[in-house]
Design a protein around this ligand. Structure first.
Ligand code: H2U
Ligand code: ZN
Length: 366
């Protein structure tokens, strides 16, 4: 007999659900995640992740991101000291497109104007954000904010992100991220726009600030300072996914003052250090910022946050989002509470960072 919602007994304790297959609601995307704790012990004869075979060098003559090197399209990088931004030579979006659209029954398409940029985070080829000093990561935060403000003058959505590690499709170990900016609101942005707007209308408060209030000092906190909270969201999809949220109402990165940029750099180093410490390897992930769209409207329902989506379940095994995930809904094997506990333990033993670098560079951008 199928149970319908009316038959379900309410419980105020998550522990009562933990040992049972259960679903958790993601209020930002308004979708459910299936949690089936205890499956991590199942036999595995599938793919095993392997760490990079060679240790990276400080400057790699073959790297297209190192200072002074030639890129794939022939352009030469300046001898930059800290950060460097350039237009992606293989951009997925371009600004100079005619406003064409196609609409015939179920078949709809529209041209999407935009631009893609690459941001080198550091001069040194062998660094990662986790290894960099606070002043150097702060420079990266400033670049993210400046780029957001500049691109927001022309595009509705500015997506700042980083793919780190071969397992997440990074094409090069040189520390770098990307920004794609476009005219449309992409799917995930449109979902978060709708859920945050509806929550503010219904409750008079910001969805993510209510999440911060509910999670602070709770079992899913990984790290916190006065300005930022890092939690494994109750509804996490990826094994060690975390959500980084500004604690005060904030729409976008450029709105952050000096103090909150510094404290952001500090907490980024803390969390990424914990990621690397978790399995004692350079932890792969995709991370990115969600900030208010740029359009002529009221964006007070938006709260600045970053998602970190790392694929690893352990040092050698990754989570594959395949059959059930693609066809039905996301499923995870360890609870958010267990993931948070393990990440907290790794935060406690993260190593110190290196010496700061000097000034940033920007190429001619489109
Ligand atoms: P990923 O490692 O996340 O793929 O980012 C690197 C980007 O760098 C990638 O999008 C671009 C690729 O298109 N790139 C250049 O713009 N110039 C090059 O010479 C090589 C790579
Ligand atoms: Zn390099």
């Amino acid at each position: 007999m199928p149970t319908d919602d009316a038959d379900r007994q309410g419980t105020r304790s998550v522990e009562a659900l933990e040992a049972l297959p259960h679903r958790r609601h993601d209020p930002l995307l308004d979708q459910w995640v299936l949690v089936s704790a205890g499956r991590t012990q199942r036999p595995w004869l599938g793919r095993r992740e392997r760490p990079a075979a060679t240790a990276p060098v400080e400057h790699d003559p073959a790297c297209y991101l190192c200072p002074g090197n030639r890129r794939a399209n022939g352009a030469v990088n300046p001898d930059y000291e800290s950060t460097f931004v350039f237009t992606n030579d293989f951009s997925a979006l371009r600004p100079d497109v005619p406003p064409l659209a196609f609409d015939e029954g179920l078949l709809r398409a529209e041209v999407e104007p935009g631009t893609c940029r690459v941001i080198c985070f550091a001069r040194r080829h062998d660094l990662t954000l986790a290894d960099m000093t606070e002043p150097d990561v702060r420079r990266v935060v400033d670049v993210w904010a400046d780029q957001t403000a500049e691109l927001g003058e022309r595009y509705q959505w500015v997506q700042v992100f980083e793919n780190r590690g071969e397992a997440m499709g990074a094409s090069n170990p040189h520390p770098h991220g990307q920004i794609w900016a476009g005219a449309a609101l992409p799917n995930a942005a449109a979902r978060e726009d709708a859920t945050q707007r509806a929550y503010l209308a219904a409750h008079g408060r910001l969805l993510l600030l209510d999440a911060v209030a509910q999670e602070t000092a709770g079992p899913r906190v990984v790290a916190a300072n006065d300005d930022w909270l890092v939690v494994v969201p109750f509804w996490a999809a990826w094994p060690f996914e975390v959500l980084l949220v500004a604690r005060a109402p904030t729409r976008r990165l450029p709105d952050l003052d000096d103090r909150r940029r510094d404290s952001l750099a500090a907490i980024l180093i803390e969390v990424l250090g914990a990621y690397d410490g978790l399995f004692d390897l350079s932890f792969p992930y995709s991370m990115g910022w969600h900030q208010a769209p740029f359009r002529n409207g009221d964006e007070s329902h938006w709260q600045l946050h970053a998602h970190f989506f790392p694929p690893l379940l352990d040092a050698e095994k990754r989570k594959f989002m395949v059959g059930y995930e693609l066809l039905a809904e996301t499923q995870r094997d360890l609870t958010a509470e267990e993931a948070a506990e393990r990440l907290r333990a790794a935060v406690a033993v993260a190593p110190p960072s290196l010496e700061p670098a000097l000034d940033g560079a920007v190429a001619a951008l489109d």
